[in-house]
Every structure is written in C-alpha cells, then in structure tokens.
Design a protein around this ligand. Sequence first.
Ligand code: PBG
Length: 319
Amino acid sequence: MVRLRHFRENQQIRDLVQESRISLKEFIYPLFVVEGENIKNEIKSMPDVYQMSIDNILRECETLCKMGIYHIILFGIPSIKDSIGSSALHEDAIVAKTIRKIKKYFSNMVVSVDLCFCEYTDHGHCGILDNNGNVDNDKTLEILAKQAILLASSGADIIAPSAMMDGQIKTLRKALDENHFTNILIMSYSTKFASAFYGPFRDVAESTPSFGDRKSYQQNPANRSEAIRESLIDEKEGADILMVKPALSYLDVVRDIKENSLLPLAVYNVSGEYAMLKNAKMAGLIDYDRMLLEIMLCFKRAGADIIISYHTKEIARLI
Ligand code: PBG
C-alpha cells in the first residue's frame, strides 16, 4: 500500500520530504538609481518600487543588510540621454558612482549591474542604431564592452548583460579578461523573451522605445527549442550564470534549460508579474502572502537557483 497520506499528515514529516525550499540567500533585489539628492519617487505602476538618488540608495542598502539581503542588481536612469547612450560611458556615470559608494560603505553587498543601453539612449533601444533605424549589433558590442569595463573597475561583482546582442557574452568575457577582471562573473539574460510583462519596468526605468519594439533582438514567446538554444550559446561563450526572463509564464523553459546545462540558473520575476500580484492584493482579491510564497517556491521547483524579484523585502519578512 502506498503511504502518501502519511507523508502529509504530520508537519515534521512534511518538512522532511519537502523537495524545494526558498531561502533569502538566493534572492536578488533590483534598485533604480537616479541623479540628484533626497529623491525617492514611487512609480505608479509598481507600488513600493522607487527611483532613488544615491543617498537614498545607501539608506536602502543599510536596511537591506539589516534584513539579511546582500544581493542587489542596479539599474541607472541618467539625466541626459542621447542617440549613443554616452552618459553610460564616463567615469561619473550614474551606476558607476553608485557602485563606488555602495562598496565603500557596504563592502559585503554583492552588486550586480544590468548592462544595457535602453535607459541611456533617447530612442530607448538597447544600442546604437544604423541608418535604417535598426540596432547595429557590432557597434553596440563595442560600447557594451566599454560600459562593462567601467562598471567592473567601479567595483561591480556581477555583470548582467541584457541587451541581447549576438556575441555579447564572448565580447564581454574577452574585454573583462584583457583588463584583468577575470574574477567578475557574467550573469547573462540568456533567454529573454519579447514580452508585454516588462511594461511597468519601462515606466520606472524610463526606457520605452520611442518607435518600434524589441522583437528583432528579444525572443519569440512561442519558441521553446530556440529558448534553450539561446542559453546554451551563452554558456559556450563563457556565461557563468544563465537566466530566463520573464519567469512566471516560462517555467517550462526554466526546466528545459536546467536539464540542458549545469550552470546556475536565475529567473527574473519581472515588473508585470509584480504589478499583477500587487494590484490583485490592493483589490482585496487574493491571499497575497500565500500566493507570493507559492509562486517563489514554484520557481525553485521548476529549476531556478536564483530569483531576481521586487518582492525580495517581502520575502525576508515572510520566511
Ligand atoms: C533592459 C531590461 C529590461 C528589464 C530588465 N532589463 C527591460 C526590457 O528588456 O525592455 C525588465 C525587467 C522587468 O520588467 O522587471 N535593460
């Protein structure tokens, strides 16, 4: 006789045979930094998510450390945008100076940085455009490498390229190694779908494309084999951590990649997923805490090792 019920009757036994768990140690919390002082702008589409100036980012880091959260990923919102994203490339670029400050005061904070140009270009695309208005892959690789070196020399621990240019991991690994940043990890947004779930993020990061969309460089949500292939190419090019983004609607792909690679795998629980849950809570429709923990647990069951989530502080409170 099968004794499945006995497995579930007693809490201690349930704990003993539980296959997946969530731990705060595997969460990464996104932060958005803007120029200025004493700025903390809440974003309407993402309750409890703020654009913060560096002074407030430092206060936030203090809070995070007290809560036991030591992993953040930084996104920069510059005050000046141009066609080639030049404000990402100088010594005092917003993210570069933020990392230097964080590392000065919170040396045990592990700082990941999103490496992309969509927040820095006036057209909102992820790189330099050619004469036809398409992203020029190879020219963009050159500035991505420059941005990566700047962020690495400012103290970033993990570079997370999200621009989806072909060959970007190979280019970045080579550039980092040549500049003696051999110990900097690359967490690639290796399987990144062209998704409607990024909408609220683009409000926060002020990065909505002014024309067109990102379908030429982000993946078709319909394609499963291609999704695996994309991550495996990045592994070959030298990525240290792979990623699936968005998370919730793509758990089959998470499992597929987990079974095809031995690298650590991250999921990005994106802005649209966050906004849906928050709004359902505010409408009084759901048992929010339970639903939140269930979703996080299911990311783990699907095969995620790392979860990037705007819910990280709430998770800290709940577990
Ligand atoms: C690109 C980037 C995006 C997100 C993370 N990095 C936006 C995009 O691809 O349009 C989306 C994250 C989210 O929706 O929470 N810099």
